[in-house]
Design a protein around this ligand. Structure first.
Ligand code: GTR
Length: 433
């Protein structure tokens, strides 16, 4: 019996793997209607059926839904409609002090159940004291909550992480010495000291960042271990975006934050996830992309830095299988990333690049930002962003759109957070705050 089961899993895995490996040629990947379109002639203000988008109604009823559908089918993949049961347990709740700033810190375990399968995630939340409905930043972290601070109430992740000397990882896991090593990415004294809150979880709780056939994380929860993947089904970015919405859902259940405005934020691959979460989930009032690069804020068509071939060579599982058909043919996609950014409109959008981050193509990120004003302008006729690529350390703000170019490398630093917090308070602040 045991042997039969093993054989069944082996044969099943081979079939699933083989089906997963085949990639449809780029000529055939689009649906028959889309195949007739010339990719070079697409623009955010023209629908696939050649309708001009000159007003909010056409944008919201025609173009926006078809673009989301396109990104689901050809880029990030479609999520199944599933609703797991979730139970929250507060593991600790304390008043703590970080960098001289007192704050409420709690850790919560979310236990998910679906069709007999289980998954859990640890949420770390930091809120200012005596601030009504604080603005809350919602973001995933790369190395587990234990790396945000040396506090022992922060649970260390047991999941796979990238090897990283700075984090003092032991192989692919964090160790006791890893505690607090990523604190510089999460300046809690600044965030909470400015009257804002933060909720975060380890991204691997929702999907470990390994190419292991979608058996774990939220894919495993929703679909089980044996699932034949269609070409347009969800990859890891979509799973992480799902996790971001789960953090938002938790905020809505607490009296302290149920009326809070929220800003979804992410760096690099998690910046791609933050953008996709912000597009799908309109409960996020602001979306922050920090150095999100290829398949995030950067243009595909500039052909600088990372491209579809490079990203899918290393990370095919981040995307829908259909996306691999565009390897070496980035300009045959019917979208470019000003369209992804436009899908956030009219909510606040903050795109941040770093001057030496050539892999993420900062100029391509600015170009997407600049071009997405075509949709923001439908909501705000005064908007007029000039095409002037900012100088290092310059930040620009126009209505609900902001951009900065930090001088330096691919990172998220206190300097970036200073700008995010200041801008969030400017655009999301309401009399009830
Ligand atoms: C790189 C990847 C980028 C970016 C980055 C990161 O290796 O090529 O797309 O996501 O990782 O997440 O740090």
């Amino acid at each position: 019996m045991k042997n039969n089961r093993a054989l069944f899993f082996l044969v099943g895995s081979v079939i699933v793997f083989s089906l997963g490996a085949c990639v449809r040629s780029v000529e055939k990947v689009h649906s028959s209607e889309l195949r007739k379109l010339d990719p070079a002639l697409q623009g955010v203000r023209k629908s696939f059926s050649n309708r001009q988008v000159n007003d909010v109604t056409t944008w919201e009823n025609v173009r926006r839904p078809e673009l989301i559908d396109y990104y689901e089918n050809y880029v990030f993949g479609k999520r199944p409609a599933f609703k797991p049961k979730v139970a929250y347990s507060v593991l600790s709740i304390d008043t703590i002090s970080i960098g001289g700033v007192r704050m409420e810190h709690r850790e919560v375990r979310a236990d998910y159940k679906y069709r007999g399968r289980k998954m859990k995630s640890y949420f770390a939340q930091f809120l200012p004291l005596n601030v009504k409905d604080p603005i809350v930043f919602v973001g995933l972290n790369f190395f587990g909550n234990g790396t945000l601070d040396t506090l022992h109430s922060l649970t260390q992740s047991k999941h796979y992480v990238m090897k990283n000397a700075g984090v003092k990882t032991k192989g692919h896991h964090v160790a006791e010495e890893s505690r607090g090593t990523k604190a510089y990415r999460w300046p809690l004294d600044l965030i909470v000291g400015s009257g804002c809150g933060l909720i975060t979880a380890h991204y691997a709780d929702f999907d470990p960042d390994v190419n292991n056939g979608f058996i774990d994380g939220v894919h495993g929860l929703a679909e089980g271990r044996v699932h034949i993947r269609k070409r347009n089904e969800w990859g890891s970015i979509s799973a992480w975006a799902w996790g971001l919405s789960e953090l938002q859902a938790y905020l809505e259940l607490q009296p302290e934050t149920k009326n809070s405005k929220t800003a979804v934020i992410g760096h690099s691959r998690l910046g791609k996830a933050a953008l996709w979460a912000g597009v799908l989930d309109e409960r996020f009032d602001m979306v922050v992309s920090n150095n999100s690069g290829c398949a995030g804020a950067a243009q595909f068509r500039t052909m600088r830095g990372e491209d579809i071939e490079k990203i899918t060579n290393r990370f095919p599982y981040w995307f829908a299988r259909n996306f691999q058909s565009f390897r070496g043919n980035d300009s045959l996609l019917l979208v470019d990333q000003e369209m992804l950014l436009s899908l956030v409109a009219p909510r606040a959008l903050y795109v941040a690049s770093a001057s030496k981050d050539s892999w993420a193509d900062p100029e391509g990120e600015y170009l997407s930002f600049y071009k997405s004003q075509a949709i923001y302008a439908l909501y705000d006729s005064t908007l007029e962003i000039p095409y002037k690529y900012p100088s290092p350390n310059e930040s620009i703000q126009f209505g609900n759109m902001a951009f900065h170019l930090r001088a330096g490398e691919h990172e998220i630093l206190r300097w970036d957070w200073e700008k995010y917090v200041e801008y969030a308070k400017k655009v999301l602040y309401s009399p009830s705050n």
